[in-house]
Design a protein around this ligand. Structure first.
Ligand SMILES: Cc1cc2nc3c(=O)[nH]c(=O)nc-3n(C[C@H](O)[C@H](O)[C@H](O)COP(=O)(O)OP(=O)(O)OC[C@H]3O[C@@H](n4cnc5c(N)ncnc54)[C@H](O)[C@@H]3O)c2cc1C
Length: 416
């Protein structure tokens, strides 16, 4: 079958790979100059089933409210004159009950666990390199109260079969001697031994090259203007380079998914949640962290990637802009410098802004659209790198008429 994948981010590229494996003739279209250049470019790199909590939780509304005057909240709301933004925020708030949080976390955790295994399968099959780092991730806490609360909360993930262990300060340093210099601020940590990390951009690039060598056609610098449909089926993709037609289509357009799907009557509840990243050259490997993780109270993610250290922070519901000022990065840099100032060169930092394609539940939409030959694989929010290989396999299974290996009830598209 001829299949067109719309979007060459981590989700589109992994989808192309799984379709190639099924023997389809695959074309991928993207307006960027290569794969993985938008939200998949400089994320935290954590493959983190051990952090698969839904962001919509009973604590979230207070954070969003406080963020209106206090800028250091984990989730920040910057109101805009935008109906899409307000609709999304209201839908997000409806997911903030204890019951919904648990249900959404269960779906996410199950998907992430499956997806991590699928990532490992892709790597074993292709041999691609992407500054991968196995050995687990460390989620550390600065106060005994926060550590104890986190240990209780982790039951939600353990119930889904995710390994999470508690570690004392001394045990954290034994696990990762790179944290010895900041051990004094660590009360304890949750350690997810099966979590891992790697550079999603390098992965996208290497997998796209692998696919190209085996016949997948990547059409870059190509803007998708409109999706054409007639009598309940897609009939083509209008691009600035002409019409592209196929037997089936998969929409993987990240934060741009709603704009292109909406004219077909497909309303996708996806809105950008902005975050920042900084990538630094490691200058002292002896004292740099060996494993990735999160400084939980500061919500600062860190990840060694070869000879670089990646740091990310912030979840801002503020619209589609990726413009930034040095002030946007200042709080994160100040915190990071205290932790890693001794082992990385902050004067050579590379700065990046990314927009997470978030649904209110935090669960992606992986399903057949209400059109016979269009599939959706979008809305992966803050965990698209973790989820990508699993969601790609689920879409390939659906297109092939096979039953996916996990329960996909929570991933369905719901007509609003
Ligand atoms: C700060 C930050 C930290 C993160 N950390 C992690 C992490 O540690 N672990 C994790 O699992 N996830 C993480 N994420 C989330 C992850 O990066 C995203 O979920 C993932 O990259 C989404 O991939 P995607 O392919 O759906 O979107 P994208 O990578 O944005 O791909 C969509 C593609 O569609 C193309 N496109 C859009 N519109 C058009 C059009 N009209 N014509 C042609 N092409 C078009 C774009 O050019 C783009 O290439 C993080 C995100 C951020 C912002």
């Amino acid at each position: 079958m001829r299949v067109v994948v719309l979007g060459a981010g981590i989700v589109g590229v992994t989808t192309a790979y799984r379709l190639l494996k099924d023997g389809h003739q695959v074309t991928v279209i993207d307006r960027a100059t290569g794969p993985g250049q938008i939200t998949s470019f400089a994320n935290a790199g954590l493959v983190a089933p051990g952090h698969a909590y839904a962001w919509a939780s009973p604590a979230a509304p207070k954070m969003m409210w406080r963020s209106l005057w206090q800028g250091d909240q984990a989730i920040r709301f910057k109101p805009r004159a935008s109906l899409a933004q307000w609709r999304w925020v209201l839908a997000f708030l409806r997911q903030c009950t204890k019951q919904r949080t648990q249900a959404n976390t269960a779906v996410k955790a199950n998907l992430c666990r499956y997806a991590r295994a699928e990532l490992q399968k892709t790597v074993a099959e292709t041999g691609i390199a992407y500054d991968a780092n196995a050995g687990g991730l460390i989620y550390f806490y600065r106060t005994a109260a926060a550590f104890a609360a986190a240990a209780r909360k982790s039951q939600m993930l353990r119930a889904q079969g995710i390994a999470i262990e508690t570690r004392s300060q001394a045990e954290v340093v034994a696990l990762d001697p790179g944290l010895a210099t900041c051990a004094d601020v660590i009360q304890g940590a949750l350690y997810a031994p099966d979590d891992e990390s790697g550079d999603a951009y390098l992965f996208s690039k290497a997998l796209a090259e692998y696919c190209t060598a085996r016949g997948v056609s990547f059409q870059y610098d190509t803007v998708i203007r409109r999706l054409r449909a007639q009598n309940g089926s897609m009939t083509g993709v209008e691009t600035d380079k002409g019409l592209v037609t196929a037997d089936a289509y998969v929409l993987c357009l990240g934060v741009d998914s709603p704009a292109l799907a909406s004219p077909l009557g497909i309303k996708l509840p996806i809105y950008p949640v902005r975050g920042y990243s900084v990538t630094l050259p490691i200058t002292d490997f002896e004292t740099a962290p060996r494993l990735g993780g999160v400084d939980e109270e500061n919500l600062l993610a860190y990840c060694p990637m070869g000879d670089r250290l990646r740091l990310t922070a912030t979840a801002e519901i503020s619209g589609y802009s990726t413009a930034s000022t040095p002030a946007n990065f200042a709080p994160m840099l100040a915190r990071a410098q205290k932790l890693f100032g001794h082992c990385a060169d902050f004067s050579r930092a590379e700065y990046w802004v990314g927009l997470r394609p978030m649904t209110p539940t935090g669960v992606p939409i992986v399903d057949r659209a209400p059109l016979a030959n269009l599939w959706l694989n979008t809305g992966h929010g803050h965990m698209g790198w973790t989820m990508s290989n699993g969601c790609a396999q689920i879409v390939a299974d659906m297109i092939a008429g096979r039953a996916p290996e996990i329960d996909i009830k929570g991933l369905r598209y719901e007509q609003n």
